[in-house]
Design a protein around this ligand. Structure first.
Ligand SMILES: [Zn+2]
Length: 552
């Protein structure tokens, strides 16, 4: 972090591939079967930010208001998803430049989605990479869009890349600041209610941690992400509130300019704040940066200036009341047609006597609000006949979360209609992990007499998703279905052992558990021993050791 140098990378790559790296592409020359890509940087940076990406990529180029070229990469087969994936990018870029008050400090900006990435995103200077899971179509955008990560990684280009922490003790100067500015960018795009909602969510999480006695100081280098990101962002919202917007911005500009391309500590930042603020900062420093507990009272005072939050609290305070005493209030709340209040109302109906809540459910369905309707799909697994028809209309909502949940619930509740439900949803893929498609395939296989001539093809397609041809998100779902229904065979067992060696530790953990239980149960041990010949040496060794471990 403390060793900043100017990186000019040259990358040799097969001719059919594109290369992306830090800085500006200078030239591409060809030697034999390779191209050499020369990249030029003009300013120094820390080495953890050096990166290059090689792949079969297409690119769309836009320009920020200030003239910085922004290159948006995607796989050729995802060309229709480029627009929804990168939606609002120019607005985010322009907003951050103006809000931070210091021009974007690098030659250009590039973003590249990559498969099997370990994190949501990584802010390599001018060459951000992010998880392919954020590559979405317009429907996926409603549930799982890239906007927050997009803004967060871009904000790092000031906080982290332009000025860098001297050590982990000052990590909040990067993560807290980027989280703070990303939420401001989201406020610009999604509005003030969304802004307060996200703040409320993080305050709740921080308060819970704090109440359990597990609160952490922002300056603890071993603190959790929740502390560095969310508590860090809160510390800035509170600071801006305390010293005023103008002084806050002035301090930020001075701080960034003074330490550009250098390293910083928390005191470097606070000293700049002290120069523009007459009051005493010591209490602030103690309460928000040093102490382990989260100042929930102050946070909730901040939230209560939002009319929307007041309205939400009024409804959420009804949770403990019996249904008869709150029907009227819930009914009125649905009229607001608000995303979050509508969800809260629906969750309060869960498990109540349907004869009393039927009117509210009908109203919630009719609200047309995507997220209110989604809450019904997620919270009502037993579907009363009175709302069957309305519930079926969820299958065509513009949300893959809603469709997946509604399909599973309808299939389970109304066996006579299974063919109908499967026909309605047979062309839907879903998110990058093919959530709807994979559920559909599993249901199509186990539904008696559903397209019997295609049954084998459906099972084969589902099993094929366990292979390393696909991202770990796709494989994780497919292996889950194969495991649940005991559809193991030699190819899927080979894919399972291969998955146990994956670099993503969560995926590896899940698949290793599957394998351990399979060996303990013993039903597939003969086949597992047979596949040893086709595994590579590491995989075969690994498998052999699992048998020894299980005492078999
Ligand atoms: Zn970050």
């Amino acid at each position: 972090m403390n060793d900043k140098i100017e990186f000019d990378l040259s990358v040799y790559a097969p001719k059919e591939f594109q290369v992306v790296a830090n800085g500006k592409l200078d030239t591409v020359t060809s030697i034999d079967d390779r191209n050499i890509w020369f990249f030029d940087m003009q300013k120094p940076m820390s080495s953890y930010l050096a990166a290059f990406i090689i792949g079969d990529l297409r690119v769309d180029v836009i320009n920020s208001e200030s003239g910085t070229p922004i290159q948006l990469y995607y796989r050729p087969e995802d060309s229709l998803k480029a627009e929804p994936t990168y939606r609002h990018t120019k607005q985010i870029f322009d907003f951050l430049e103006s809000e931070i008050g210091v021009p974007y400090p690098w030659q250009n900006y590039k973003q590249v989605p990559v498969r099997d990435f370990l994190y949501a995103g990584m802010e390599n200077t001018t060459a951000t990479v992010f998880s392919e899971a954020f590559v979405v179509d317009s429907i996926g955008f409603n549930d799982r869009n890239f906007v927050n990560v997009n803004a967060h990684e871009l904000a790092h280009h000031w906080f982290g890349n332009l000025i860098t922490e001297t050590s982990g003790m000052h990590h909040w100067l990067q993560e807290g600041f980027s989280t703070y500015y990303a939420l401001l960018a989201e406020k610009e795009i999604f509005g003030e209610d969304y802004f307060y909602w996200r703040l409320y969510q993080s305050a709740e999480q921080l308060q819970m941690l704090s109440d359990e006695g597990k609160g952490e100081s922002l300056l603890n280098p071993k603190a959790s992400s929740l502390t560095f990101y969310e508590k860090g962002a809160w510390a800035l919202h509170i600071l801006k509130d305390m010293i005023g917007e103008e002084s806050f911005k002035e301090a930020m500009v001075n701080y960034l300019n003074k330490y550009s391309y250098k390293n910083v500590t928390t005191d470097d930042f606070l000293n700049e704040v002290a120069k523009v603020y007459d009051g005493d900062l010591s209490v602030y420093k103690k309460n928000w940066l040093e102490q382990t507990a989260f100042k929930a009272d102050a946070a909730f005072q901040y939230l209560l200036r939002s009319d929307f939050i007041n309205e939400f609290f009024k409804i959420s305070s009804l949770r403990e009341k019996i249904i008869e005493d709150k029907i009227e209030a819930l009914d009125k709340a649905l009229e607001l047609s608000d995303d979050f209040i509508g969800q809260e109302v629906v969750y309060q109906l869960e498990g109540e006597d349907i004869t009393k809540t039927i009117g509210l459910y009908k109203k919630a369905f009719n609200s047309g609000n995507l997220y209110t309707r989604q809450a019904i799909a997620l919270s009502t697994s037993t579907i009363p006949a009175e709302i069957k028809e309305r519930y079926e209309s969820l299958l065509t909502d513009e949300s893959y979360i809603t469709i997946e949940s509604a399909l599973g619930n309808l299939w389970a509740n109304f066996p006579k209609e299974r063919t109908n439900y499967l026909d309605i949803t047979r062309n839907i893929i879903g998110f990058q992990d093919r959530n709807v498609r994979q559920l559909w395939l599993a249901l199509a296989v186990i539904t008696q007499n559903y397209r019997p001539e295609e049954q084998l093809a459906h099972l084969d397609e589902l099993k094929s998703y366990t292979s390393s041809e696909y991202s770990f998100e796709v494989r994780e779902r497919a292996l889950g279905y194969v495991n649940y229904f005991n559809w193991w065979d030699e190819p899927t067992l080979i894919n399972l052992v291969e998955a146990c060696m994956h670099h993503n530790w969560r995926f590896k953990k899940t698949t290793r558990t599957y394998l351990r239980l399979l060996i303990e149960e013993g039903n597939y041990n003969e086949q597992l021993l047979k596949i040893q010949d086709v595994l590579d040496a590491d995989q075969a060794d690994f498998l052999k050791n699992r048998f020894i471990e299980a005492g078999k």
